[in-house]
Design a protein around this ligand. Structure first.
Ligand SMILES: Cc1cc2nc3c(=O)[nH]c(=O)nc-3n(C[C@H](O)[C@H](O)[C@H](O)COP(=O)(O)O)c2cc1C
Length: 318
């Protein structure tokens, strides 16, 4: 591993490391209004939520890296104590990027970005119509994190009103594929959270998994399984007994031995990710050299979230 001491680095180098490793970051599209009444809009990815009771969010309008001056969002927020924070979706991200340019304080970035302003209910700053998730906020604390170029300022805000597009909600949950959020990574990279980038892991909470320490050595020491797969196996609450696994696998035994076409059939089933057919083949063959094939099927079972089936198959490993 490389080591870096921040106090021996330039500020841009430190910034580059932080934004590469602390990623993907959600993006707050922050609207404020100046005392003179000029609407302002800018994205901030040093941003997150920090509590639900009361609902708190925070973001960092930093001092400019070039000269240490304060940004319009900071000035407006300190002067008026209000902002609206909206989620950035794939649909609006390039317009948001336009709004991020360093326009002078008297320039309205709603106009520059082409995003539509609509009135808020509680606070003065306007909302962005095109964002499906908007939070009207009151500034609770502005915490300076330094007074040099690129020093942060933590704007801690309480959400006093949420606005959510009903089309992104399924069974009371915001559905990630429907909201289609984007996040910020290093350099000019963004990340789109949809499709195959999204996966789910059941929250263990009170369900105690058997843990990594209870994985058999033949599984832990296998070169085939990734840390992700071992973690999924460790999440099972009760490991099936050898009898349970034997009974489970027996249902797949074919009346005829299928050694003849074994390899080609196995390949076809692997390509189609046909878990049941693969198990059928595995337990109906006389071949001895099937360790790696069993491991392949275990991986596919894990991929299909069939953790108990994966454990039954582990009983076939030598
Ligand atoms: C996706 C994205 C994320 C950004 N995140 C931050 C951030 O967390 N903090 C910051 O100070 N500037 C950030 N910026 C830069 C500001 O948006 C930029 O300095 C902007 O001009 C500030 O506008 P304002 O002066 O109207 O507030 C980000 C820019 C982009 C494109």
């Amino acid at each position: 591993m490389l080591e870096f001491n921040p106090n021996e680095m330039t500020v841009p180098e430190v910034h580059r490391l932080l934004v590469g490793g602390v990623a993907p970051r959600p993006i707050a599209l922050v609207s404020t209004v100046s005392k003179q009444g000029v609407d302002n809009l800018a994205p901030y990815s040093f941003f997150n939520t920090f509590g639900a009771n009361p609902p708190m969010v925070a973001f960092s309008p930093s001092r400019r890296g070039s000269n240490g001056s304060l940004k319009d969002t900071y000035n407006n927020l300190v002067e008026t104590g209000e902002c609206v924070i909206q989620a950035v979706t794939y649909n609006i991200v390039s317009q948001v990027s336009v709004a991020s340019a360093e326009y002078l304080p008297d320039v309205d970035e709603f106009v520059k970005s082409g995003l539509t302003k609509i009135e808020s209910i509680i606070v003065k700053p306007k909302r962005v119509k095109e964002s499906p998730f908007q939070m009207e906020c009151i500034l609770k604390q502005m915490i300076p994190l330094g007074d040099k170029n690129a020093s942060g300022n933590l704007a801690v805000c309480e959400v006093v009103k949420f606005h959510v597009d009903e089309n992104i909600i399924v069974n009371g949950t915001i559905e990630p594929n429907l909201i289609d959020l984007v996040s910020r990574m290093s350099a000019n990279y963004y990340c789109r959270a949809n499709g195959s980038a999204i996966f789910s892991l059941e929250q263990p909470n009170t369900k105690l998994g058997v843990g990594f320490d209870n994985l058999p050595d033949k599984v832990k020491n296998s070169k085939t399984f990734s840390g992700f797969e071992l973690g999924r196996l460790a999440s099972i609450q009760v490991i099936p007994t050898p009898t349970e696994s034997r009974q489970y696998l027996e249902q797949y035994r074919l009346s005829e031995n299928c050694d003849r076409d074994f390899s080609s059939l196995f390949q076809t089933y692997t390509e189609n990710s046909n878990l049941e057919k693969m198990i059928e083949l595995l337990i109906s063959t006389n071949k001895n050299e099937i360790q790696t094939m069993i491991e392949t099927v275990i991986k596919i079972a894990i991929e299909k979230n069939q953790i108990e089936v994966a454990w039954h198959l582990i009983s076939l490993l030598k």
